[in-house]
Design a protein around this ligand. Structure first.
Ligand SMILES: [Zn+2]
Length: 671
């Protein structure tokens, strides 16, 4: 069963995995929200590309991006529909997969002709969905179609992302064992390294101490390939380089909600650094590859942190609107509040169903289905790994005799501090069952059938319990959360509680964006003039774009340090229905705070913007000056003068899980 000799953990097929509880509800929100109504995200959504042979839809002939973007949606919608049993959603995505596979060229090539010689990157995105359908159905036709495609012709290497075919080739090698696929993968990877030796993701650069400057999505899509190759080949050079590369990413760019800065390139750790929503999906998928290659618990800890904080923090909780860029500190999110230099002053931080660049409105559908698909892994000796925690069920086989086993995780984690695993082997069977002790948990405890397991549970490790399991055995893992203080640039501090980042939900005035108020559309109209043609879209009033502005005070410094941390009390809310509901959150932490005088939003009439536009029919990209009336989230106040600006009065702030917030302060000055 364990296919890659060198991986510490192996992924399991999707067809044995089911979510439950809040995870199921989250995916149901996707289905009734954007995932099931993707046409409201505007062109190319609502159009078939992979599921059609018309190659000239709305003037996109010769371009790759509608194939990338719609493939993101197909992958997310297929997995989401399957996991929650929504056959309509599942079949909608499947029909595109089946069409593409059934309409392969005679030599096996799948997809539009113009992507034969270049731009194979969208293939990697789409083929992840085809592989998922193989995992769901067990139908070898899907594997054969992909193998034929790759054997049809040498893989081109026109630009860096063409190398992402390595991920698919390795998945095909894992499933078929045919060694030419591994050779193709290694050859393709070697060509990338030879062509782009200075690239952040080239093996030698990953292993070096060069600071990272790469595009976030590109980094995660390419860097992780070394982890996948390590699993397939056992070569230490692959593993060592990618581990070093991701350690650099942490050190340079980690933000308080678990994701690294990427706007759209990797940057620093400031409180105003942003991340692109695509990277929520791509970073966590990459970390799962590192987890499989190394067996190190810290990658799983981080996946949870991103999925429980950064993901819900970048979307409205009904899954009907998302940000392109989101930020730990966002005092406002409007049609002009994007404070990133790239597309500065436009609506890229507003919660909306569509965006100027449509990658994120596709990629956002994949994050949670992918999380669910990697909750359970397998050990080399056919044991079961509970890698990522949440409510759900696994049907698999385990042990030497490959005994059928059902494992159920009963929990509301991370809105509860324990997980109860019930194991149901078909007959008594001996196999390892592996659980993760998160690095933040110093007091973990384990009870087997109600009796404490006397053992050392070391934070930041996986713990293996190998025994003969009987039907109905219950392993209860208690993971008491503790409050932790984190320090950031410019004297900033933030708080976390177990896997949850805490944030202050800024009182919010919410307005629906009116017709014709889409700032990127206005800018396109202004630069294109008569050449402007509106993107086809299907507007639905229940999927609005939002302008969110603060409706109350927010400029607070937290009066917390390591010593006073232990005096804080966490109030759990047993009445909480939806853990991401800010009005009724899963927990609250009351913290003393002082207002900071003069710390206010930044008003500007003239800004510099790095962007793209069209002028006299020419596509332009670069820096330019823009005039308007802009308001932005401010940087943290200068720590040198902070003491003089603090109010004498001490107030009490209520912090809640970051994922429940829209406007928020996460990184505070320390008062
Ligand atoms: Zn994106």
């Amino acid at each position: 069963m364990h296919k890659f000799a060198f991986s510490r953990f192996e992924p399991l097929h999707l067809n044995g995995i089911r979510p439950d509880g809040w995870l199921q509800e989250f995916l149901e929100h996707q289905a009734t929200g954007l995932t099931g109504n993707v046409e409201v995200s505007a062109y190319p959504y609502g159009y078939r590309f992979w599921g059609s042979q018309e190659d000239d839809l709305k003037g996109s002939y010769g371009t790759w991006w509608p194939y990338e973007q719609t493939a993101y949606w197909i992958d997310g919608a297929l997995k989401c529909g399957y996991l929650i049993g929504d056959t309509e959603l599942y079949n909608k995505a499947l029909s595109e997969i089946d069409f593409a596979v059934e309409h392969a060229d005679e030599d096996g090539f799948i997809g539009p002709e113009h992507m034969r010689e270049k731009d194979r990157w969208p293939h990697a995105v789409f083929f992840r969905a085809v592989l998922a359908q193989y995992e769901i159905s067990g139908d070898g036709r899907y594997l054969e179609a992909l193998v034929r495609h790759y054997r049809a012709m040498p893989h081109p290497m026109g630009w860096d992302r063409d190398v992402t075919g390595v991920e698919i080739l390795l998945a095909l090698y894992r499933e078929t064992g045919q060694s030419d696929l591994l050779e193709m993968a290694e050859t393709l990877y070697a060509r990338f390294n030879a062509l782009f030796p200075e690239h952040d993701c080239a093996l030698q650069t990953l292993a070096s101490d060069k600071a990272l400057t790469e595009h976030g999505v590109t980094f995660n899509e390419i860097a992780k390939l070394a982890a996948m190759l390590a699993c397939a080949t056992g070569k230490a050079e692959y593993k060592d380089a990618v581990v070093h590369g991701y350690a650099k990413l942490d050190e340079q760019a980690l933000l308080a909600d678990g994701l690294h800065s990427c706007s759209e390139h990797i940057r620093g750790k400031g409180a105003r650094e942003l991340h692109e929503t695509c990277d929520i999906t791509d970073y966590t998928w990459a970390l799962s590859a590192l987890l499989q290659a190394t067996g190190e618990a810290r990658y799983a800890d981080r996946i949870e942190q991103v999925l429980f904080n950064a993901l819900p923090g970048a979307i409205t909780k009904d899954f009907r609107a998302l940000q392109y860029f989101s930020c730990p500190n966002q005092v406002l999110a409007t049609s002009t509040s994007n404070h990133n230099l790239f597309m500065h002053g436009l609506n890229w931080m507003s919660y909306r169903p569509d965006h100027e660049v449509q990658c994120c409105p596709g990629n956002v559908h994949r994050a949670m289905p992918n999380f669910v698909s990697r909750m359970w892994l397998r050990t080399p000796d056919n044991g079961i790994v509970a890698a990522l925690y949440g409510p759900g069920t696994l049907h698999t086989t385990a042990g030497v005799a490959e005994t059928p086993v059902t494992v159920t995780a009963r929990t509301r984690y991370p809105f509860e501090q324990a997980i109860e695993f019930t194991l149901e082997p078909a007959t008594a069977a001996t196999f390892p069952f592996v659980v993760r002790i998160p690095a933040w948990c110093a007091q973990a405890q384990m009870l087997l059938n109600g009796k404490a397991v006397e053992t050392e549970l070391t934070p930041g490790t996986f713990f293996t319990l190998e025994r003969e399991w009987q039907a109905g055995d219950v392993l209860r893992l208690e993971l008491p959360f503790t409050l932790q203080l984190h320090t950031w640039e410019a004297g900033g501090i933030s708080l976390s509680y177990g896997p949850l980042t805490l944030a202050f939900p800024i009182p919010t005035h919410a307005e629906v964006e009116g017709e014709g108020e889409n700032s990127t559309t206005q800018q396109r109209q202004a630069t294109l003039g008569e050449g402007y043609e509106a993107r086809p879209t299907v507007s639905k009033p229940e999927f609005p774009a939002w302008n969110l502005t603060p409706a109350g005070p927010w400029a607070y410094a937290l009066c917390v340090d390591e010593a006073s941390l232990q005096n804080l009390r966490v109030e759990w809310n047993p009445q909480c229905q939806d853990p991401f509901d800010a009005a009724n959150p899963a927990l609250k932490v009351r913290v003393k705070a002082r207002r900071v005088r003069g710390w206010r939003t930044v008003r500007q009439k003239h800004i510099r913007q790095f962007g793209h536009w069209t002028e006299a029919g020419e596509f332009r990209r670069g820096l330019r000056s823009i005039e308007g009336d802009f308001t932005f989230t401010p940087p943290l106040p200068d720590p040198q003068s902070l003491a003089d600006r603090l109010s004498d009065e001490i107030e009490e702030l209520t912090l809640i899980p970051y994922g429940a917030t829209l406007l928020r302060l996460t990184v505070f000055p320390q008062g």
